[in-house]
Every structure is written in C-alpha cells, then in structure tokens.
Design a protein around this ligand. Structure first.
Ligand SMILES: [Fe+2]
Ligand SMILES: [Fe+2]
Length: 138
C-alpha cells in the first residue's frame, strides 16, 4: 500500500506523537503482510493490537493538547472517539471475513480512519504548537 510507505516519511515535528504514529504504522504494515498471506488469525490479533494502540495514542495526544491549552482540544477528543468507534465496528466486520481479498479490503478500510487522524486531524494542532514555540517550524 503506497499510502503506508508515504506515511513513513510524514512527521508533525512532535517527537512523542510522531513515535506513536510510527508505532501505529508499524502495526498496519504487519496487518498488511498478514492479510496478503491470508493469515486470518494473525490478522485478527493484530487488528486488536491496532485498536488498543490507537486508543492509547489518542489518550496521550489528548493529554498533550490539554496541557498545552489547545483551544480545540475537546473537538479533537470527540473526533478521536468517533474514529475509534468506527474502527471498532470495521474491526468486528474484518474478524468475520473468510477470504483473502475481502480481508485486505476490510483492513485497508480500518487504516483509513487512523491515517485520517494523522494527516488530517493532527495537522490542525501542529500550527498551534508551532506558534506557542513548543515545536520547531518545519
Ligand atoms: Fe495522532
Ligand atoms: Fe489526533
């Protein structure tokens, strides 16, 4: 998946957040490999891992936004909650799938939510943190 490769080079410039995003990306790549090999059980375990890791990441990110006084912290928190519940439902669908192609499509659908956070959602607070001098301007 080209998007995953591209994402590897994408950085917000906030080391703790970038490290989390890379961790999520790493799990997505493992899911991709498992789905390609039609390893259904491995894929299921990794999908669980991805949701847990996302949840933890969102919690850490929300704490950072609150600490720094980001004015839209509550909005971003709601956005995370929505992404997570959608990801949960797609994950449940993925777990029921028995064919390789469908599994791949379903996994990709799950990635969309998380990629949305990284490249669309989080970009919104990047400039705020830059203005506050908390991260270096890129
Ligand atoms: Fe994020
Ligand atoms: Fe986020």
């Amino acid at each position: 998946m080209d998007k995953l490769d591209w994402l590897e080079t994408f950085e917000l410039g906030i080391p703790s957040v970038d490290a989390d995003h890379r961790h999520l990306l790493n799990i997505m790549k493992q899911i991709e490999t498992a789905a390609n090999a039609a390893k259904f059980e491995t894929c299921k375990d990794l999908l669980d891992e991805l949701v847990v890791a996302s949840k933890n990441h969102f919690t850490r990110e929300e704490a950072l936004l609150e600490e720094t006084g980001y004015p839209n912290a509550a909005i971003h928190k709601d956005y995370h909650a929505r992404l997570l519940s959608r990801a949960q439902s797609v994950k449940d669908v993925c777990k029921e799938i028995g064919t390789r192609e469908n599994l791949k499509d379903c996994c990709h659908e799950m990635f969309e939510f998380l990629i949305d956070d990284i490249v669309k959602g989080d970009v919104n607070f990047k400039s705020f943190l830059e203005e506050k001098g908390l991260i270096k301007r890129s």
